[in-house]
Structures are given as structure tokens and as C-alpha cells.
Design a protein around this ligand. Structure first.
Ligand code: ATP
Length: 248
């Protein structure tokens, strides 16, 4: 059960996120390594002032443009992301017509099924990544992180990942897929390898992206492509890094 956190506590938001992850851990959704990964993210978020910067918002807008323009986009969900924002992930997938795939760093069918149930409770249509017979193998990666769904990530043109590891991101990019990532650490291999890197906390990025996608869903394709053309991911990440170094 989530501990009661007083809303007036100066660190209430951060404590609520922790409690959601701890609850996810107790329910078999989040692995202990996921709690540690969150700690790294939290430290960067602290330095960012726990706010969406204007650079993160720009990246969120471009990410939505890319999802709306893609024909076969997939949102990759892991334990942490499901525990923190299952409903928002499903909403974004519905608005942008993206598939959802459960894809875990630490593979476990029971956990994948528990995550899928969480997503289905939020009205996800089909959840990919559960059928071992449909397993396909990413190239340029040897560990068991290489497995993806043949009809999901393997067949995609754009993959939206959050809290991903660098090997898999690099492999997806080498295979010619566009990768959008959410990572509070602009220095991670995931952040550097991605085509669009959102340096923001997933709990803020997701509602922003849903709002933006509702605004852009009916815009013409030339407007969406122009936003992508005007965007320089390295420069955008560099600006986030400067904000982190200077302090906000
Ligand atoms: P890489 O292999 O890409 O270099 P890593 O080994 O540094 O990654 P991991 O432990 O694989 O990192 O993944 C955790 C990443 O997710 C960290 O970079 C952390 O900043 C980020 N992260 C954790 N929690 C959040 C969150 N709530 N929102 C956004 N990013 C987060």
C-alpha cells in the first residue's frame, strides 16, 4: 500500500514517485535494478529543478511529430514506466496509433504478463511482446536483451523507449529505426544514440506529449516534418546539459 504522503511536504511529488515504484516492486512489476536506475534519474532531475525545461518541451513536441508521421511506431514499456505511467502510455499509443510492446531488460514472462494486465486495465488494445513464438532477434547485440516481438519492435519504423539501456538503443538505430527516448541523463549512451532525446522525467514528459499530440493530431504532414527538420538533437541535449551544470 502507498504510504500516505502529505501534499504539503516539500518533496511530495518525488516521494509519490518513489512510493509508486516501491508498490510496483512489491507487485512484481518493478525489479530491484529498476529502483536503482530510478535513483540515477532522480539525481539528474534534482539538478534540473524537477521541471520540464523549454528544451525538453521542444524535444517532446518533435517526438510527437515523429510518432504521428510514422506508419509503424511502437511504444516500448518496461516495469518502471508501467508503474509510473501506464495510463498515459496507453493514451499516447491510442492518439498516435502506436503499438505497445512490453520489452524488459530483465526478461521474465510472469512480469511481462503482469505489466500487460496493467496496460489492459487502462484499455490498451493489443499488447505485443508476450508470445515466445513471435520472438525475433535484434542485430548488433548479443545478450538476451536482443529479443523483441516480430510484429512489434522488429517490424517498426519508430520506437519510443524510456529508461532504456544503451546497447539496445544503439542496436535499434543501427537497424535503421528512429528512436525516441526519455532519459534524465543526457550523458547516457541511450541519450546520445537516440534520434530524439527527451531530457525530462517520464512523469512530466508523458502528460506533455499527450497534450501536444491532441494539438497536432490533425496538422498536415508537411508541418510535422518541418518540426523534425528544424530540430537538432545533439544541440538540444547539449543545452539541457548546460542547464544541469549551471544549476537552475
Ligand atoms: P546507458 O546504457 O544508456 O548508458 P545507464 O546504464 O546509464 O544507461 P540504466 O540504469 O540502464 O542507465 O537506465 C536508467 C536511465 O534511466 C538513467 O540514465 C536514468 O537517468 C534514467 N531514468 C530513471 N528514472 C527516470 C525517470 N523517471 N524519467 C526519465 N529518466 C529516468
Amino acid at each position: 500500500m502507498i504510504h500516505k504522503i502529505t501534499p504539503t511536504h516539500p518533496r511530495a511529488k518525488s516521494l509519490i514517485i518513489r512510493e509508486k515504484l516501491v508498490e510496483g516492486f512489491r507487485n512484481g512489476i518493478v525489479v530491484p535494478e529498476g529502483l536503482i536506475a530510478h535513483g540515477r534519474g532522480e539525481a539528474f532531475d534534482y539538478l534540473l529543478g524537477e521541471k520540464t525545461t523549454k528544451y525538453a518541451y521542444e524535444a517532446e513536441k518533435v517526438a510527437v511529430c515523429l510518432l504521428l508521421l510514422s506508419n509503424k511506431s511502437v511504444i516500448s514499456v518496461n516495469g518502471n514506466t508501467a508503474a509510473l505511467c501506464a495510463k498515459d502510455l496507453v493514451n499516447l499509443s491510442n492518439i498516435t496509433k502506436s503499438k505497445i510492446e512490453v520489452n524488459l531488460f530483465h526478461k521474465c514472462l510472469t512480469r511481462s504478463k503482469a505489466i500487460a494486465r496493467m496496460l489492459q486495465k487502462e484499455d490498451a488494445n493489443e499488447v505485443f511482446g508476450l508470445d515466445a513464438k513471435l520472438r525475433s532477434t535484434l542485430r548488433y547485440i548479443s545478450s538476451n536483451r536482443k529479443f523483441v516481438d516480430k510484429n512489434g519492435i522488429m517490424n517498426s519504423d519508430t520506437v519510443f523507449v524510456a529508461l532504456e539501456d544503451g546497447d539496445r538503443t544503439e542496436s535499434l538505430v543501427k537497424m535503421g529505426k528512429k528512436v525516441i527516448s526519455i532519459d534524465l541523463n543526457p550523458l547516457s549512451r541511450t541519450a546520445i544514440a537516440s534520434n530524439v532525446t527527451i531530457v525530462d522525467n517520464i512523469v512530466r514528459a508523458m502528460p506533455n506529449m499527450i497534450k501536444i499530440s491532441k494539438q497536432l493530431v490533425n496538422r498536415d504532414r508537411s508541418y510535422l516534418s518541418q518540426q523534425i527538420k528544424n530540430f537538432d538533437n545533439m544541440q538540444n541535449m547539449h543545452k539541457s546539459l548546460i542547464m544541469i551544470r549551471r544549476g537552475v
